[in-house]
Every structure is written in structure tokens, then in C-alpha cells.
Ligand binder design. Structure first.
Ligand SMILES: Cc1ncc(COP(=O)(O)O)c(C=O)c1O
Length: 387
């Protein structure tokens, strides 16, 4: 999929996002591909399509684009990020071990604990920001090492290259959730991961109007497993959602530039503002893994954490005073969102355990959108002044 003869071999991300994966143009001249809303295909067609659960022209378009953007040989699309996660996990067997970074997306944790364990897969967790813990990979020899960087919600940065080297020596496959970074800012396969997964719901689509997921890989064996999971477990997206995501991917680079510049500006101003307890953003010098973030990401992303040192109730009141940041789950859309992990994603965890994991009552997660940065700053500043 890397080699499309119609696109210059040295075309950059912005150009590939728009031009790679448009092969259906040759049949009709349509500049934008149609949506193939069909469940089935006539036998013997030139594209070898048979039934949409096992392939559709809109999946093929998007898969070709995403493989190019992640610098991968293959990509398979799924109904959601969690479907992409499931496709990888259901390729494991009873008795296999997963060694996972301890601070991961809540629904990944839930599927590990509530689903996989029932099928006899063992899960171990470690703080993989600390190289001393890499030793656990060597000792456990897991089938899979599970990474997320930056992590959701605490924005920890993991050394994908160093961990992949250790994992490969131990015979483990490395899966890396690239959702928070995005394909533009970080290329996990180039850093040594075997599987790069995306919730395309977030920055790839970027408009908060559909769900989707993808797994990208250079391994033919894993690609076969992903295609098998798509059709055999029924994890495929709808053609319409795949089409919307293809449309979104065309503007990923320009959107990401604005997400990143807005988030860096807000992070810098918040850090300098009186009364703000702490700010976490990968490209702030104060971030504990700042140097690593600079090495493996080309910009700091659109996610930002701030602790205003307020009580649970006052933090929620601050969030309600914001006018341009909508309180909602999810991230990566053009519109700014705000979340209160203590009352939303981490509400079911007892306060002590939550705080030990770094999720304090005053912690606020911003998904910084692409609005004008001065308007966003005015909104935050006004909401803080009224406290
Ligand atoms: C890091 C990460 N991975 C995976 C997912 C799951 O994606 P989806 O909601 O598309 O299933 C999310 C969703 O928030 C996420 O933040």
C-alpha cells in the first residue's frame, strides 16, 4: 500500500492524506469517491468484493490512506477504536500474557479485566515510563506488550523505541495506541512497534460525527489476523462512516497544526497564571518526559491537563462556567471539549485509589479545538476569575 505509482514517492503527509486511496476515481472521474452503501456484491466483480463485512470500496480507500499516513504496509479499518483493540486482543490465545502500561484508556483496561481474563489471558501492569520496569518484559515473556503514548488521561510519554527493542528480544509483539498523538505527530511503526492502532473517531476524522478504528502494521501475518477479525468477529465499520473518516483524514494535517499551536499556547499561559496548581502538556519543559516527547513526537498534540487546586464541586462549577469548551467525553474534534476525570471517566474508582493514580478532584482535561486561541483563553480566564 506504501507504493502508489500515481503519487510521487516523496510526497509528504499533507499530500498523501488527500491523494492516496482515491483509486476509484479512474472508473468515473468523480473527484470524491461515492459511498458504497451495499451489503453485497455480484460474484466475479473486478475488485473481488463479496460481502461488506469482509470488505467494501470505502474501507479500501480509507485503509490505503491510513497505511500511507502511518508509514505502514497495511491497515485494516474497524467500527470503532475499541473494535480495533478487540481485533488485536481476539488474536490472542488462552494462557497468553499481556504486559500493559499501567495508565491506559479506561475501556482498554475494562476489556482486559472484564473480558479477556474470562478467556484465560493473563494481564500484568507496569509503569513503563521507568526503564527499570522493562525487566518485567524480559522475565514474563508476554505475547503482547501494550503501550499508549501519550496516555489517556495523564499524558505520560513512553519510550516506544526502547520498549520495542526489549520486547522483541523477549519475543513479544508491541501494540501501540496512537490515538492521542495522531498519525501526523508520531509514527509508532518507524519507532519499532509492530501494531499501531487508532481510534479514528478522534483526530483522523476530527469532526465528532462518526466512530471508527484502524490497525496499521508492516507484518503480513498480523494483517491476515486483522482482516480475519474484521469479517469473522464482525468488527467492520459502515461504509458511510468509512467515507466520513476518509473525508476527515484529508484535513488532518491542517487541523493538527492548529490543535497543537492552540494547546501549547494555552498550556504556556495557564502555567504562568496565578492560582493554577499544575499544568501538563508534552511540549512544556516542565513535563517529566519532555525530552522524550520532543524526540518521538513532532508536536505536543491537542490534549492538555490542568489542576486548578479546586474542590470537586468548585472544579465542576468552573467547567460549567466555560462557554466555548463543552463538557463531554471524547477528544480530537474541531470543537473544544472539557472533561472532569474524577466525575466522568474515573468516577467508579474510590477517591484514594483515584488520587494515587494521579486523578485529583481538581484535575481538568481539555481537548483543545481549532477555534481562535484568544477566544479560548478569554473563556478559561473568565471562568477562573469568577471562582
Ligand atoms: C486512547 C484511546 N484509545 C481508544 C479509544 C476508543 O475509541 P472509540 O471510542 O472509537 O471506540 C479511545 C476513546 O476515547 C481513546 O481515548
Amino acid at each position: 500500500m506504501k507504493d502508489d505509482p500515481t503519487i510521487p514517492a516523496d510526497a509528504r503527509f499533507e499530500t498523501r492524506a488527500i491523494h492516496v486511496g482515491q483509486d476509484y476515481r479512474s472508473e468515473t472521474g468523480a473527484v470524491i469517491p461515492p459511498i458504497y452503501m451495499t451489503s453485497t456484491f455480484e460474484s466475479g466483480n473486478p475488485g473481488s468484493f463479496d460481502y461488506t463485512r469482509s470488505g467494501n470500496p470505502n474501507f479500501r480507500n480509507l485503509q490505503t490512506t491510513l497505511a500511507s499516513l502511518e508509514n505502514a504496509r497495511h491497515s485494516t479499518v474497524f467500527a470503532s477504536g475499541l473494535s480495533a483493540i478487540s481485533a488485536i486482543l481476539f488474536s490472542l490465545q488462552t494462557g497468553d500474557t499481556i504486559l500493559s502500561e499501567q495508565q491506559i484508556y479506561g475501556c482498554t483496561y475494562r476489556i482486559f479485566e472484564k473480558v479477556l481474563k474470562r478467556f484465560g489471558v493473563k494481564i500484568k501492569y507496569a509503569n513503563l515510563t521507568n526503564p527499570e520496569n522493562y525487566d518485567l518484559i524480559t522475565r514474563l515473556k508476554p505475547a503482547l506488550v501494550w503501550l499508549e503514548s501519550p496516555t489517556n488521561p495523564l499524558l505520560k510519554i513512553l519510550d516506544i523505541k526502547a520498549i520495542s527493542e526489549v520486547a522483541h528480544k523477549a519475543g513479544a509483539v508491541v501494540a501501540m495506541d496512537n490515538t492521542f498523538a495522531s498519525s501526523l505527530l508520531q509514527q509508532p511503526l518507524d519507532l519499532g512497534a509492530d501494531l499501531s492502532l487508532l481510534s479514528t473517531t478522534k483526530y483522523t476524522n476530527g469532526h465528532s460525527d462518526c466512530l471508527g478504528g484502524a490497525v496499521c502494521t508492516n507484518s503480513d501475518e498480523w494483517q491476515d489476523k486483522m482482516i480475519f477479525a474484521q469479517k469473522a468477529i464482525g468488527l467492520q465499520p459502515s461504509p458511510f462512516d468509512a467515507w466520513l473518516t476518509s473525508r476527515g483524514a484529508k484535513t488532518e494535517a491542517v487541523r493538527m497544526e492548529r490543535h497543537c499551536s492552540n494547546a501549547l499556547e494555552l498550556a504556556t499561559r495557564l502555567e504562568g497564571r496565578k492560582g493554577v496548581k499544575s499544568v501538563k502538556y508534552p511540549f512544556l519543559k516542565s513535563h517529566p518526559q519532555y525530552k522524550l516527547a520532543k524526540k518521538q513526537m513532532s508536536a505536543g498534540g491537542g490534549m492538555l491537563l490542568a489542576d486548578f487546586g479546586l474542590s470537586y464541586a468548585d472544579t465542576l462549577a468552573f467547567i460549567r462556567r466555560l462557554r466555548l469548551f463543552t463538557q463531554a467525553e471524547s477528544l480530537g474534534g474541531i470543537e473544544s471539549l472539557v472533561a472532569h476525570p474524577a466525575s466522568m471517566t474515573h468516577a467508579s474508582i474510590p477517591k484514594d485509589a483515584r488520587e494515587a493514580a494521579g486523578v485529583t478532584d481538581g484535575l481538568v482535561r481539555f481537548s483543545v479545538g481549532i477555534e481562535h486561541v484568544e477566544d479560548l483563553w478569554k473563556d478559561i480566564d473568565a471562568a477562573l476569575k469568577k471562582k
